[in-house]
Write a protein that binds this ligand. Structure first.
Ligand code: FPP
Length: 248
């Protein structure tokens, strides 16, 4: 099985999972956090270097206030309870998104966790929070425009690299694989620049029912695909595979 270097996941279906059980939506999110724990551990065990999870979108701010504050509360608790696991497994936490919109308590918990796990080298866990790709792109353009205005950069000197370095994901490789749960087949404003060449696997399983077996199934599907990056089959056959093989 090929293991992607960078796996991104849109965790979808918490609400439907709860509704199917006549439970409040927040119980779906609560179960979703348990699944986050299991999947982070499994990705670490499989040797994935970067795992990026879409935990809260810019659009999610429009949900009922009760749900938003319950999600923020879950996030704060998650950070508290997972710090030990991150330190033990040498996982470093990173966050992307418009973080100044988050409540101050969550912001400071994030800052502390990011700082305490900064030197961990086994896996980078990135949480996309208050994240929207269009917003990220606009913020990147603003950074570049400010450099041009300050006379530090000429418009003709702007390259794809300049641009990527101004995104929240600066320094990270692009995702090799995007998984979206719950049967929806959309990108929903997630990592629009970074997903340019990513393989996409959509599973009907709702996020609270997602587990290690389903992750393996998605990775098998990814392994069976041929990534050509715009080249021909013969050209690619002469190149080394970009992912690592593990016996599983
Ligand atoms: C989508 O389900 C999920 C979310 C909007 C939030 C994802 C959050 C978690 C899994 C928990 C918090 C995360 C961390 C990292 C602690 P939905 O509510 O859109 O489901 P629906 O489409 O069925 O309504």
């Amino acid at each position: 099985m090929h293991i992607p270097r960078h796996l991104a996941i849109i965790m979808d279906g918490n609400g439907r999972w709860a509704e199917q059980r006549h439970l409040p939506r927040i119980s779906g999110h609560r179960q979703g956090v348990r699944v986050v724990r299991d999947i982070v551990k499994e990705c670490h065990r499989l040797g994935i270097d970067y795992l990026t999870l879409y935990a809260f979108s810019s659009e999610n701010w429009g949900r009922p206030e009760e749900e938003v504050s319950a999600l923020m509360d879950l996030l704060g608790r998650y950070l508290q309870s997972e710090l030990e696991l991150m330190l033990k497994n040498r996982i470093s936490l990173r966050v992307i998104g418009e973080l100044d919109r988050l409540p101050p308590g969550v912001r400071s918990a994030l800052k502390e966790t990011v700082e305490r796990t900064r030197n961990n080298g086994d896996m980078v866990l990135t949480l996309a929070l208050s994240y929207g790709a269009r917003n990220e792109l606009v913020r990147a353009v603003r950074k570049i425009a400010a450099k041009v205005q300050a006379g530090l950069l000429l418009p003709g000197e702007i390259t794809e690299r300049t641009f990527a370095d101004c995104l929240d994901t600066a320094g990270m490789p692009d995702p090799d694989l995007l998984i979206r749960t719950s049967g929806e087949m959309r990108v929903s404003n997630f990592l629009l620049w970074q997903l340019a060449y990513a393989e996409m696997v959509f599973t009907p399983v709702l996020w609270p029912d997602f587990n290690e077996d389903e992750l393996h199934r998605c990775l098998e599907e990814y392994s069976s695909r041929e990534r050509r990056f715009g080249l021909t089959h013969d050209q690619v056959a002469g190149l080394r595979p970009e992912g690592r093989r593990v016996n599983h």
